[in-house]
Design a protein around this ligand. Sequence first.
Ligand SMILES: CC(C)(COP(=O)(O)OP(=O)(O)OC[C@H]1O[C@@H](n2cnc3c(N)ncnc32)[C@H](O)[C@@H]1OP(=O)(O)O)[C@@H](O)C(=O)NCCC(=O)NCCS
Length: 154
Amino acid sequence: MHVVIAPIRREQADTWIAMRGRLGPEWFVTRIEGFVREYFQTGRIDGLRHVVLLAARSDGTPVGFAEVSLRDFAEGCAAGPVGYLEGWFVEDHARRSGIGGALVAAAERWAAEQGCTEFASDAELSNPAGLEAHLALGFDPVCDIRCFRKSIRS
Ligand SMILES: CC(C)(COP(=O)(O)OP(=O)(O)OC[C@H]1O[C@@H](n2cnc3c(N)ncnc32)[C@H](O)[C@@H]1OP(=O)(O)O)[C@@H](O)C(=O)NCCC(=O)NCCS
């Protein structure tokens, strides 16, 4: 399938919002309208510099996106800035045809243009497809993290 990958335009914001809704996580989705506004005004999401890449078929039908940030630090990386794959999604019907890989390649190009020499990402252990896709695209696993929470009294 031939796809065009380019930074998302303001008039495509609804597509980004809809796809993020399908990707999750819930905390991000509940704040997406504010993040979209911030991104188009400042090039940042939650204060962190980003590019959002949209993949679309040649007839314009959107099929996936990648949100890529510049982080000061990422696990396993030597020094910042590090290009970081914050969000990565391809519509169900378009998977396994190279679009996810093409998005990552474009994300890596953007990060390299910003001066990064390393590119990083994460995937939940409960997402075997996400884990496998990272390995297939040349990412090396660097560490496993279990997240914790508890309620505290003020
Ligand atoms: C992960 C995701 C973006 C991959 O998109 P995609 O368009 O299917 O990816 P591609 O077709 O370009 O595949 C890239 C590589 O990953 C491998 N891969 C993709 N899906 C895979 C799966 N389910 N199982 C094993 N390998 C897989 C492909 O074989 C390919 O390797 P190759 O280049 O050696 O052939 C897509 O599955 C998705 O949107 N999943 C739901 C959201 C998600 O999990 N995002 C990632 C969060 S960490």
